[in-house]
Design a protein around this ligand. Structure first.
Ligand SMILES: Cc1ncc(C[n+]2csc(CCOP(=O)(O)OP(=O)(O)O)c2C)c(N)n1
Ligand SMILES: [Mg+2]
Length: 374
């Protein structure tokens, strides 16, 4: 089959200016700059605000527990709440999320219980929850692999006439991986119902975006794959929610994939084992603090008289309850069975794995017999 005007996607580059509905000062963007979009309903904005505030408290508590040695590692999403929560708030329960290690607050916002979510970061099970129950895949650490999972899953759903969409989060640095190219390309070819949300938080650990690409912006890649591309202010929850909602609707109704670049900033170190003062300026961080996603939505809602002290207190209480529940869950010592390490690796265990399993079993038996392992 050769490409016809019908099967070929229009060659349109996304707008250079990031799409925004509420600016950094908390004011609505003038109507003539909104490209025909309205702001979401005030109740939607209040819900986005509530979920972002609680998510930030949750994220702060995980970082604190990491410092206390309760978790081995944690990649914080502080500063990225609008991209994370704006995206998952636009999803239906039946849609599937394919997250990365960065996206814990999004996974939590999908309803995965804290203890199950943090089990991998604590060094227990890699994926402590049931993906089918929450329609949320395990958090991918090998960069960009989740794009392939999301496209494969979406294509299978399409073949079964199951009207769902998948969302794959991906970092700016991970778009340099071959898997990202394969994911984007086959999504275009198969018209998979997948929405790729590139969180351009400016860094891949210490490597700035300028060392990843000469392209004007990452959203420009979309045109080369024949996929609609959007460049969005990733600190504006209203804008992220609006564009992701539209892309998901298009995907579920047979319109194929979308690539959305959310321009944001990683406020914290890459993980608790990183020292960003070695590679980025404090002024840069301060400038992004002025674009904070929660502050701007709070300012907008306050100006609209949509938020009062009673609501602030209610949200603060919910946040503290979530943090307290996390402390309780993480301060409990689960009894772990080291032999579980070998579960669910292969459908039929391979000889080399069985050998390792037996060796560990023998060592553990020796310990329980009072013997010493050297
Ligand atoms: C295939 C692969 N190569 C290298 C790594 C090591 N690594 C972990 S995170 C990271 C940076 C990724 O940056 P980005 O995609 O921008 O995501 P962010 O951490 O900023 O959310 C790298 C290189 C990895 N996890 N997987
Ligand atoms: Mg990054």
């Amino acid at each position: 089959m050769s490409l016809t005007e019908e099967t070929r996607a229009p060659a349109v580059l996304p707008d250079a200016e990031a799409f925004s509905l509420i600016d950094a000062g908390g004011a609505a963007v003038p109507e003539k700059q909104r490209r025909g979009y309205d702001l979401p309903d005030i109740d939607v904005l209040k819900e986005l605000y509530r979920r972002m505030v609680i998510a930030r408290r949750w994220d702060t508590q995980v970082t604190a527990l990491t410092r206390q040695g309760r978790l081995s590692t944690y990649p914080s999403a502080r500063g990225q709440e609008a991209s994370e929560i704006g995206t998952v708030a636009a999803m239906q329960d039946t849609d599937w999320l394919f997250p990365t290690y960065r996206d814990s607050i999004a996974v939590w916002s999908r309803g995965v219980p804290t203890a199950e979510l943090l089990s991998g970061f604590r060094g227990d099970w890699h994926c402590g929850w049931d993906p089918n129950e929450h329609r949320t895949a395990p958090q991918a650490t090998p960069l960009a692999t989740q794009t392939l999972h999301a496209v494969g899953f979406a294509t299978a759903a399409k073949l079964k006439n199951d009207p769902i969409a998948t969302v794959a989060f991906i970092g700016d640095g991970a778009t340099s991986e071959g898997d990202a190219h394969e994911g984007f390309n086959f999504a275009g070819v198969w018209q998979a119902p997948t929405v790729f949300v590139i969180q351009n938080n400016q860094y891949a650990i210490s490597v700035p975006i300028a060392k990843q690409t000469r392209a004007r912006m990452l959203a420009d890649r979309a045109v080369g794959y024949g996929i609609p591309g959007y460049h969005v202010d990733g600190n504006d929850a209203a804008a992220v929610y609006t564009i992701v909602s539209e892309a998901l609707e298009r995907a579920r109704s047979g319109g194929g994939p979308t690539i959305i670049e959310c321009l944001t900033y990683r406020m914290e170190p890459h993980t608790n084992s990183d020292d960003p003062s070695r590679y980025r300026d404090a002024e840069d961080v301060a400038a992004w603090k002025d674009k904070d996603p929660i502050d701007r939505l709070e300012k907008y809602l306050t100006a609209q008289d949509a938020i009062d002290d009673a609501l602030r207190e209610e949200i603060a209480k919910e946040s503290e309850d979530a943090a307290a529940a996390m402390r309780d869950a993480m301060n409990a010592e689960p009894a772990l069975d080291p032999m579980e390490l070998f579960e669910h690796v292969y459908n039929a265990p391979r000889p080399a794995l069985l050998e390792q399993r037996n060796a560990l079993k023998a060592e553990l038996d020796e310990i329980s017999d009072g013997g010493r392992v050297n």
